[in-house]
Write a protein that binds this ligand. Sequence first.
Ligand SMILES: NC(=O)c1ccc[n+]([C@@H]2O[C@H](COP(=O)([O-])OP(=O)(O)OC[C@H]3O[C@@H](n4cnc5c(N)ncnc54)[C@H](OP(=O)(O)O)[C@@H]3O)[C@@H](O)[C@H]2O)c1
Length: 664
Amino acid sequence: MDGKIRWGILATGSIADTFASDLKHSHYGVLFGVASRSFARAQAFCDTHGGTPSHDYAALLARDDIDAVYIATPHDAHVVWAHRALEAGKATLCEKPLGLNQGEVLSLYGAAARNNVLLVEALMYVMHPRMYLARKLVSDGEIGTVTGFSSGFGFSFPFTPEHRLYNRDRAGGGMLDIGIYPLTAARFLLGEPHALSGEARLAPTGVDAEARAILDYGNFAADLHCAIDTDIAWQISVMGSDGKLVIDQPWHSGPDNQSIVVTKADGSVQEFSTAETRPLYAVEADHVADCLQRGDIASDLVSPEFSINTAYWLDRWRTAGGVTYDADTLGPTGFDANPPVAGRHGIMPMMHMDGVDKPISRLVLGTDNQIDAPTLAAMADTFFEQGGTCFDTAHIYSDGVSEQVLGAWIKARGVRDQIVILGKGAHPPDCTPDAMARQLDESLNRLQTEYIDIYCLHRDNPDIPVEEWVDALHAQVKAGRMRVYGGSNWTSARIDAANAYARASGKQGFALVSNNFSLARMEQPVWDGCLASSTDSFRDWHTKTGIALFPWSAQARGFFLDWEAQPLSASRHGADPTIDEMHRVWGSPENLERRRRALELAARKNVSALQIALAYVLHQPFATAALIGPRTPMQLADSLAACAITLDDDEVNWLDLRASDSKI
Ligand SMILES: NC(=O)c1ccc[n+]([C@@H]2O[C@H](COP(=O)([O-])OP(=O)(O)OC[C@H]3O[C@@H](n4cnc5c(N)ncnc54)[C@H](OP(=O)(O)O)[C@@H]3O)[C@@H](O)[C@H]2O)c1
């Protein structure tokens, strides 16, 4: 490459023109190719900026003389062309928003990881040194403790229904186009908020002409404002106990616009500035070059986590403002690009169970945290491509949304005959055979299927004799509405009694347990009425009876992460852990020692403690399939890598404090 990155640009609109102009001032970038839907436009663009035209976008991606592409199409074409660019092995700088929703963004980072290719969302202003100088000033306490934030971006563009700004089919509206700037500015400078509330005024085309949002940071709030039909000052203000920091025209930093003004409480004013001489998009192109030269597939400034969270908050903002796009649903007009290929990328270990006529992946994808179809689709596609077949859901999860989005994905992908659904029902207070039958009806409807492969009672109800449970569940098996059944949070004694009755009466008995089980032992129930299979007697029972264990929270809900140093994301979803839980449920001296040993072994094997903990669950003398709840394709890949870790019996025993510290 001679130190130069050979760029190709997809599309010839206004931002493509700006990027190409600035690229001439970059240290490492040179324009090599341009593609348009019209060859004449590509030719004219090259006449102005240089490079060689391609006949269409696909032709440019097929060229060997292009290292990196800049996708400058309207929003709705980002995900399709970014996917194709990543598959073609091109480092990809894609205009914001990277995807129309979190699902699209997740799917893109999954593709980037699989293809080992750099993907960066083109939030050019974040890459300018002015923004990280501002972040340093704030974190160094230049304005004291932060007490507030406000930022806006608005311009007055006349209502033009077919223009990309107002056109719903082009994913128009202010939030995605310019609201993303104040939203990312707050989070780049101050970190992730706890919650978002928002509102929007809609244009006749159904997209937002103007929108506001409040980000809740606990001690203070961030005020965001954007509009495409009204002028709003382009500014970032951070208020603090000792002063105020203001960045004027923050979205257009450049050689003549890079100052930061700090006004102290005593009225004194200080101006800070960077010495950057390159224009903004040259800085952006050189940031991509820096990433490539380091061999990175992610930017440290606009990281995958940052962009995934951006999409998450934009989804929340759009929901609050009542703006939806077709891509938010699964279906012919929604998220249906790139159908997944089963096991294309996988090293997934599998197991079999009598009565279930499909291979069962030993990692089971939890869907309790899934609340929208595109996000579930992105995670499910990635899981399926890595050999995952088994999905965990329940009647109670997210008021039925988990079952609905899983069912919609299975149907849209046409993969029912390959998928093992682990479903649950009869959660208290509706823990009776009648309620189970009613809820099963609803679950089958929501899942759009005639049967659940593996069905579990979500809890036990000791007031119901085991005979009644067996009769009711056996009847459902006979009716073809479930293949095998088991108990989640059930004791071995009750299952023994149930199975004794089942044997005596010639009925199908319990085939599995879905209790908690992990390297860290649950000292107190995470939720009321939940049980673990961790005791020695329970483990012996699994081994003796051959009853499989599908443990929930198989990674002890974050206990093996660095939760003392990094905040847990408890505010995002009810299923997310809290620091309080880490202490109350998992933080016993024995568990802390297990965690210490996991960290030690992880360092020796060059993996993470979380992976060691998962490998521990998979290395038991009885059949296990671990329920996991990754939020991103990267977390999923991390868990999958745990399947490749081999632990011998000495290591398993040592991790579990069955051998003294010196034994390994
Ligand atoms: N970072 C920034 O500062 C900044 C500023 C403005 C816009 N943007 C982003 O850049 C993207 C493009 O914005 P823009 O202002 O450059 O838009 P634009 O001027 O309308 O240009 C978009 C280009 O995309 C191509 N295109 C592909 N499919 C299209 C379709 N169905 N309808 C219309 N055009 C289509 C066209 O090029 P061909 O006909 O040659 O294929 C068109 O010229 C947007 O996602 C926007 O958010 C970023």
